[in-house]
Design a protein around this ligand. Structure first.
Ligand code: PLP
Length: 288
C-alpha cells in the first residue's frame, strides 16, 4: 500500500478516498494454489483494461505489479492465497471534486485462499435462490470493468438466506439470469454448455471453462437464458476465482438433474484443478 508492505491489520484506506466514498475503483482477484498463480496474465489484462476505461493511472507497470503480488504472497506465508489488486481514484490534495485531479492509488493484498462453497457444499452441490433483483445494467456500469457495485448482489444474498438457500443469482433487465455475488453461472443441457452473454463480468474462471471445453471437445456458448431454462438444465454450476467450478444441485425449490454433482461438472472440475500445476496455465510465485 503506497509503496509499503504492511501486516493486514495495519493496511487502512483513507475515508476520503473516492474508492471508499463513491465506489470509484477497479480491482482484480487472482488465486495462488500451492505456490503458483493461476492464469495471472488474464487477470492482469482485465485489471489494466479496467484502469484504462476508468481513465485511471497506475504508479506501477505490469512487471512491477507482478513483483508486488508475489512479494505480498511470500510475506504472507500462504501457499494457497486469494490475491487482490486494487486501483482507487484516490483523492485530490486540494479537495477538488474533479476526478481528473485525483491521485490514484494502488493497493494489493494476499489472504488465505477462500471459496464461495465449503467442502460439504462442493460435494453435494449448492442450493441457490434466484432473486428478482436486477443486476446494475451495463449502460450504468460497464460490467467488463471489475467493480465493487455489489448492493444488488448483497440484496439478492439476503433474500436467498431468507428462503433457506446458500447463495443467490440475480437477473438482468430482460429477466434473464445474470450472475451471483462473486461468480458466473453455467447450465448444461443435452451435453451443451451455456453461460449468460450480457450484463456480467467476463470471469476468468468462466473463460477457463470455455478453454477446458475446447480441450475436452465439449460445446460451450455465451447466450442468455431465463430462470425456467436454468431450472430445466441437466447440470448447473457456478464459476469463480474463489473456489473454481462449483456444482449447484437445487435452485429455489427445484432439484437440478438427479440432485447430485453432474458428470460434466465433475470432468471440468478435475481438469481445472489439474491445470493448476501446468506451466501453460500457471506461474510460480517468485522472490526478488
Ligand atoms: N461476477 C462477479 C460480479 C464477480 O465479482 C466475480 C469475481 O469476483 C465473478 C463474476 C467471477 O469472476 P472470476 O472467475 O474472474 O473470479
Amino acid at each position: 500500500m503506497d509503496g509499503q508492505y504492511l501486516p493486514m491489520s495495519e493496511a487502512k484506506v483513507s475515508v476520503l478516498d473516492w474508492g471508499f466514498l463513491h465506489s470509484d475503483a477497479t480491482y482484480d482477484t487472482v488465486h495462488v494454489w500451492e505456490g503458483r498463480f493461476f492464469r495471472l496474465d488474464l487477470h492482469l489484462n482485465r485489471f489494466f483494461r479496467g484502469i484504462e476505461k476508468l481513465r485511471m493511472k497506475l504508479p506501477y507497470n505490469r512487471s512491477e505489479i507482478e513483483r508486488i503480488l508475489s512479494t505480498c504472497v511470500l510475506l504472507s506465508g500462504h501457499k494457497s492465497a486469494y490475491v487482490e489488486m486494487i486501483c482507487t481514484r484516490g483523492g485530490s490534495p486540494t479537495f477538488s471534486r474533479d476526478p481528473r485531479e485525483a491521485e490514484n492509488r494502488f493497493i494489493a493484498f494476499a489472504v488465505p485462499f477462500g471459496s464461495v462453497a465449503n467442502k460439504e457444499q462442493l460435494e453435494r452441490g449448492l442450493h441457490v435462490a434466484i432473486s428478482d433483483t436486477v443486476r446494475i445494467p451495463p449502460r450504468s456500469i460497464d460490467p467488463t470493468i471489475k467493480n465493487y457495485h455489489w448492493l444488488d448482489l448483497i440484496k439478492g444474498l439476503f433474500e436467498a438466506y431468507d428462503q433457506g438457500a446458500e447463495t443467490a443469482l440475480i437477473v438482468d433487465i430482460n429477466d434473464n439470469v445474470a450472475e451471483g455475488p462473486g461468480f458466473n453461472v453455467f447450465m448444461v443441457k443435452d451435453g451443451l454448455l451455456q453461460t449468460p452473454a450480457n450484463g456480467v463480468l467476463p470471469g476468468i474462471t468462466r473463460q477457463t471453462v470455455f478453454d477446458l471445453c475446447s480441450e475436452l471437445g465439449l460445446s460451450a456458448s455465451a447466450s442468455d437464458f431465463n430462470r425456467a431454462e436454468l431450472k430445466g438444465a441437466d447440470e448447473v454450476f457456478i464459476t469463480s476465482t474463489a473456489g473454481g467450478i462449483m456444482s449447484v444441485t437445487k435452485i429455489d425449490d427445484t432439484v437440478i438433474g438427479d440432485g447430485r454433482v453432474g458428470a460434466v461438472t465433475r470432468q471440468l472440475t478435475d481438469l481445472y484443478w489439474t491445470k493448476h500445476a501446468d506451466p501453460a496455465w500457471s506461474t510460480p510465485v517468485k522472490g526478488e
